[in-house]
Design a protein around this ligand. Structure first.
Ligand SMILES: Nc1ncnc2c1ncn2[C@@H]1O[C@H](COP(=O)(O)OP(=O)(O)OP(=O)(O)O)[C@@H](O)[C@H]1O
Ligand SMILES: O=P(O)(O)OC[C@H]1O[C@](O)(CO)[C@@H](O)[C@@H]1O
Ligand SMILES: [Mg+2]
Length: 325
């Protein structure tokens, strides 16, 4: 039987937004339109799909967006999509709007939704868009570079005042389940300690002893990068101040890390990944996710991608500790 020609591709962004998502949307739209395929944008992720917030996208609709932070389609977290009823409704709405293929730009959770839609007959391809860098099949996720640079610059500023006052600073970065932003900032900002959700039982007594020793070694400040998943930064700072007698302040960087104009790296990866995703759908592929591994763009089965857990490279964490003397 001849393969059914793809006529309409849908695109949505889901989960936490990430700088570079607009470049990925633009690439999907222009690649598909360039091949004579209609493109429909779905607003607010799976929630917008269930609410039928579906619009046509032209090449001009994505003009002047490659440099913008956030996502022009907006995004959401949607509980209903986690239920079989929600997934069936979403698949039926795709069919109602003639969407033969769907590009889902988001993180691991969004890919789980894409996998369900694929099982229900909607061809889906995932594009990794998350500041968390926590998708195992890819060395790169769109948004990480911008987010980690934003955090790094903010931490440099906190370090300036922390050094002037000879304080300890607990600086909380994003990452509810993933410690990559904490690890990279820990290395890039020369932090004394990095706390990540993957390394659950950090030893506060040891940190306190280290702060006291580091003072004796002549250190003028002490920076602890703490991931959101470990949290408790304000109380942690109070406990450290009481135990060490060193003034300690907590700074929670928060959602500033998800905003801002995407870096060159994010724009380039997003453009290529978005375009490749549209091309896979045009070839009739489904249940795939785009990744970047060993210097090349590749695609993987979503089931395979979701079954792998991305580990923190232990040796990198150890190097960060070695450099913090
Ligand atoms: N197991 C699942 N089955 C179906 N849909 C899911 C599943 N897990 C998540 N989703 C859908 O994907 C949405 C986004 O997932 P999640 O909140 O985990 O963010 P994400 O895509 O991992 O991005 P990020 O972690 O960067 O914020 C959820 O709100 C839900 O609608
Ligand atoms: O927008 P929310 O719901 O606060 O999400 C925060 C979470 O999203 C992420 O920023 C990823 O998008 C995580 O690092 C963080 O834990
Ligand atoms: Mg996620």
């Amino acid at each position: 039987m001849a393969k059914k020609k793809v006529r309409t591709i849908g695109v949505l962004t889901s989960g936490g937004d990430a700088p570079g998502m607009n470049a990925a949307i633009r690439a999907v739209v222009r690649t598909a339109l360039g091949q004579g395929i209609r493109v429909r944008g779905i607003r607010r992720g799976y929630q917008g799909l269930l609410d039928e917030e579906i619009i046509d996208l032209s090449a001009r609709d994505v003009s002047d967006t490659i440099q913008r932070g956030g996502t022009i389609l907006q995004t959401a977290r949607c509980e209903e999509m986690r239920t079989p009823e929600g997934q069936q409704k979403a698949a039926a709405i795709c069919k109602k709007y003639g969407i033969d293929g769907l590009v889902v730009i988001g993180g691991d959770g969004s890919f789980a939704g894409a996998q369900k839609l694929s099982n229900l007959g909607v061809n889906t391809v995932g594009v990794p868009g998350t500041i968390d860098l926590d998708i195992a099949c890819t060395d790169y996720t769109i948004g990480f570079d911008t987010a980690v640079n934003t955090a790094m610059e903010a931490i440099d500023k906190v370090r300036d005042t922390s050094t002037s006052h000879q304080r300890c600073s607990v600086i909380e970065v994003m990452g509810r389940d993933a410690g990559y932003i904490a690890l990279w900032c820990g290395i890039a900002n020369g932090a004394e300690k990095i706390l990540m959700p993957e390394e659950h039982n950090y030893d506060e007594e040891k940190i306190i002893a280290d702060i006291l020793e580091s003072k004796e070694r002549g250190k003028k400040n002490y920076i602890i990068i703490n991931a959101e998943g470990v949290g408790d930064s304000i109380n942690m700072a109070q406990r450290i101040e009481e135990a060490t007698g060193t003034e300690t302040r907590a700074t929670i960087l928060g959602h500033m890390q998800r905003g801002g104009s995407p870096s060159c790296k994010d724009r380039v990866y997003a453009s290529i990944m978005g375009s490749l995703a549209a091309k896979l759908l045009i070839e009739g592929k489904t249940n795939r996710v785009i990744g970047y591994q060993h210097g090349e763009y590749q695609d993987f089965d979503i089931n395979e991608a979701l079954s792998l857990k991305k580990e923190i490279p232990e040796y990198q964490y150890e190097i960060a500790q070695e450099l913090a003397i």
